[in-house]
Design a protein around this ligand. Structure first.
Ligand code: FAD
Length: 366
């Protein structure tokens, strides 16, 4: 575990360890539970442990969130539905009336949001809006909205004519909003492609100052990237613990742990996980110190997700064919981690962003 945590954070981490090992691991492994029942029980346990609301409170420090996510993931339970409450995302700090109509129902779990940023590669024009009196009239398409089928509203990046990009709240039951494609991805999550044809929303559904949309979206994306990085670093630690247990087991040909070849690979995995965890902790501390951490959040996300995928792949090689049997923890984590090399920014695109951050605008640290 990383050093230099305050006594309070260490106690917090111990509490989360307890939550994970005492309750969540059992709920994860209980095959008799329906998904909704499992989520409800996870939510109750998480609320009782004071974890559920951490993502909902904008004042929660990045380091506290990281300790929670990293610790949960290092037991293989960080991804369970119901562990964390819906976070305010781009709605953080919105004034009335959106505060009452959208933010509060979101935090209470009454309205689900979708984040609509990515567009199909064949669009001729990014999603745009014209202003007509007190309304925005929106036209365009979004291709990959996670949870879109259940979303009551979307936070969508929209180019407003004459003003620039804005994050706009679009209720999914507005006339002109259609779901053009429903699909699921390798990790088991569900998504929707949306089409907007002259969709009218009140002008105050555009968040923040005119032209501020990309900045708002980026702040949210940076926070999600740190969350992905924390999940990947913790998941890598979990994978390494699964491999250690396998190496130490007495098999019919002795213990794999007695093989130099196995030790070499196992040591390589540990070094990689140590590096990934160091990166995510440094990044959280930079952010909490009020530093610009956009490039560092990108670096943490790319490094931790690439490392986690390499670690999962190596783990499967060491454990053998049994690890690929559907339902084995390594098979399941591999599918989940694979999507994280794309979600919240594809790795090569992010490497290029970091290069641009330094070469064109002088940002980013080593
Ligand atoms: C599980 C999952 C959940 C997601 N959830 C959401 C969501 O809720 N909301 C949302 O908006 N999006 C979501 N996405 C979409 C995600 O953000 C995109 O998949 C990701 O940003 C990559 O975009 P893309 O798929 O269009 O691929 P592309 O950007 O087209 O990239 C594909 C390849 O082309 C390369 N490439 C891209 N541009 C160029 C260029 N100009 N020149 C040369 N090479 C290039 C890239 O490096 C990459 O190798 C999700 C994706 C996944 C996998």
């Amino acid at each position: 575990m990383p050093d230099f945590l305050s006594p309070e954070l260490q106690a917090f981490r111990d509490r989360i360890d307890q939550l994970a090992t005492g309750t969540l691991v059992g709920l994860r492994d209980d095959a008799s539970l329906e998904p909704a029942e499992r989520a409800a029980r996870v939510r109750d346990a998480s609320k009782a442990a004071g974890v559920y609301g951490l993502t909902q409170d904008e004042r929660t420090p990045a380091l506290t969130l990281l300790v929670a996510r990293d610790t949960l993931a290092s037991h293989g339970v960080g991804h369970l539905r119901g562990v964390f409450g819906a976070d305010p995302g781009v709605l953080a700090g919105v004034p009335e009336p959106l505060r009452s109509t959208h933010l509060q129902p979101l935090l209470a779990g009454e309205k689900r949001p979708g984040f609509a940023f990515t567009e199909p590669s064949d669009v001729e024009r990014p999603t745009w809006a014209r202003i007509e009196g007190d309304e925005l009239v929106i036209t365009g398409r979004k291709s990959y909205v996670t949870g879109g089928a259940d979303a009551a509203f979307l936070a969508a990046l929209v180019e407003i004519e004459g003003q620039g990009p804005a994050m706009v709240i679009i209720d999914t039951d507005r006339p002109g909003v259609t779901q053009e494609r429903r699909f699921s991805s390798l990790d088991g999550s569900h998504h929707v492609g949306f089409q907007f044809e002259d969709v009218r929303v009140p002008r105050h559904h555009a968040l923040g100052a005119p032209g501020d949309g990309r900045g708002r979206a980026m702040a949210k994306i940076s926070a999600v990237r740190r969350a992905v990085a924390a999940d990947c670093a913790g998941s890598s630690a979990w994978i390494v613990s699964l491999v250690a247990a396998d190496l130490l087991r007495q098999g019919r040909r002795g213990r794999k742990a007695d093989s130099e070849r196995m030790r070499l690979r196992y040591g390589e995995m540990r070094v990689a996980v140590y590096a990934a965890r160091s990166v995510v902790y440094r990044t959280a501390r930079l952010f909490d110190a009020g530093q610009d951490a956009v490039n560092e959040s990108i670096s943490a996300k790319v490094f931790a997700s690439e490392t986690a995928n390499r670690i999962a792949d190596m783990a499967i090689q060491l454990v053998g064919g049994e690890a690929l049997v559907v339902g084995h923890p390594l098979e399941a984590v591999m599918r989940r981690l694979r999507s994280l090399r794309l979600a919240e920014g594809e790795s090569d695109t992010l490497y290029v962003n970091v290069a641009r951050g330094h070469l064109d605008i002088g940002k980013g640290r080593l």
